[in-house]
Design a protein around this ligand. Sequence first.
Ligand SMILES: *[C@@H]1O[C@H](CO)[C@@H](O)[C@H](O)[C@H]1NC(C)=O
Ligand SMILES: *[C@@H]1O[C@H](CO)[C@@H](O)[C@H](O)[C@H]1NC(C)=O
Ligand SMILES: *[C@@H]1O[C@H](CO)[C@@H](O)[C@H](O)[C@H]1NC(C)=O
Length: 445
Amino acid sequence: MGNIRMDDYHPKRGANQQQQSRRRQLLKVLLLLLSTNLLTFYLFSGNGGIRWVDYAPRLPPLGWDTTTLLRELNATQAKLSDSQAQLVEIHRRLTTSNSLLEVLLTEMRRLQGPTEAAGSSWADDLPAEAKLVVEAQKLPLGENPKFGSDKIYPVLGSACARYQEELLQYMTYEVGGECPVDDVLAQRLMLKGCEPLPRRRCRPKSPLGYVEPSPLPASLWATPPDTSIIWEPYSCKNYHCLENRRHTPGVYDCKDCFELSFREKSRWLDDTPGGLDYGIDAVLAARPRGTIRIGLDIGGGVGTFATRMWERNVTIVTSSLNLDGPFNNFIASRGLVPLHITVSHRLPFFDGTLDIVHSMHILSNWMPDATLEFAVYDIYRVLRPGGLFWLDHFFCLGSQLNTTYIPMLERIGFGKLRWDAGRKLDRGADKDEWYLSALLEKPMA
Ligand SMILES: *[C@@H]1O[C@H](CO)[C@@H](O)[C@H](O)[C@H]1NC(C)=O
Ligand SMILES: *[C@@H]1O[C@H](CO)[C@@H](O)[C@H](O)[C@H]1NC(C)=O
Ligand SMILES: *[C@@H]1O[C@H](CO)[C@@H](O)[C@H](O)[C@H]1NC(C)=O
């Protein structure tokens, strides 16, 4: 069963101990059942059982009379019907055992649960390279008291086990060679919960003719050279195409973001009191000068929020996905730090460390309520006391605002510094579509 490795991989160790002992009991019953059946076979085929040699055809010796012949035939017939009865009995017992086995196996599968059922079988059958990133590895110096273990565990999204085929495709490459260009596959796995992805021992392809990035601060508003990235994963094949995307048909995330001279240029500069657009300077003024220093922009597109904050000496990490556009590369080209995680990922910051978290458009009613609430609790977690959560243009229906989202934000425990809800009118007033912008604070105690 590969029990040890399966348990190593499985995170819910404590919760499963009962199930494990139940499984062991079931295994014992299975073994008992199998041995009983073997015994049956043995008894039936041993002394007094069927002796197959009896059925070898015997030619009557010369000189036998009809009576002898009949008697002989009669005896054979008797033995045959006797054996037939025995066979029927064996068959009956086997059928009973089979259905018992089926019941037991079903019960075992049920106890294992979906994750572990997948986890146990796949870890054993993986090719060598994938096994190395899925299974715990022994520490060369043995038990480490700080780890509380003699192994080091790979960090791997538990859902990876559910997408074995895609994961194997992802882990198929020449060790030490060039990685396949499989950004789309990788990101799709992440979005299905296989996050973090396993590490690989290959080198991603470098673009031809790469040139050094522009120095700061010129890099902040410069479009990077086309030779700075591999274009294969995207429908656009150069930055000119990305910059002109708003003039082309098609639905894209952040459709006009790559055109830095367009709307990006003016974002977060002006503050409209009572409106949905807050200005960065007004937000920073909510705290003593210089005390908002580090933070996170969730789903920050091409990094313009981080750019404006950089210009105010605030360091912002921007989380972004490369969904049909090289968003991470673009942010990095500007001289800012991109973070390639999905909105479901636990924020990779320690509790109470950040001065500010900003999020525009990405946290909205497309998210299941539970997912959203966990995400906002996580924002609360990473903010320091007095830290700011700038919820920028949260989209929802008017009916959801009072029933779902306002109560949710209130029960998480933020204090309200600014709070503005307004209709989104571009698709008509009858749509009842709303935006909420809010500046919230984590209480001091
Ligand atoms: C054949 O066996 C049956 C019983 O099985 C018996 O009644 C019958 O007399 C036997 N016939 C001969 C020829 O032995
Ligand atoms: C940012 O820091 C520099 C160097 O410390 C300082 O000269 C500048 O005034 C600061 N800018 C702002 C907007 O605070
Ligand atoms: C939500 O509640 C407020 C009062 O708390 C009310 O003024 C407003 O009309 C309500 N909005 C909707 C869309 O029901």
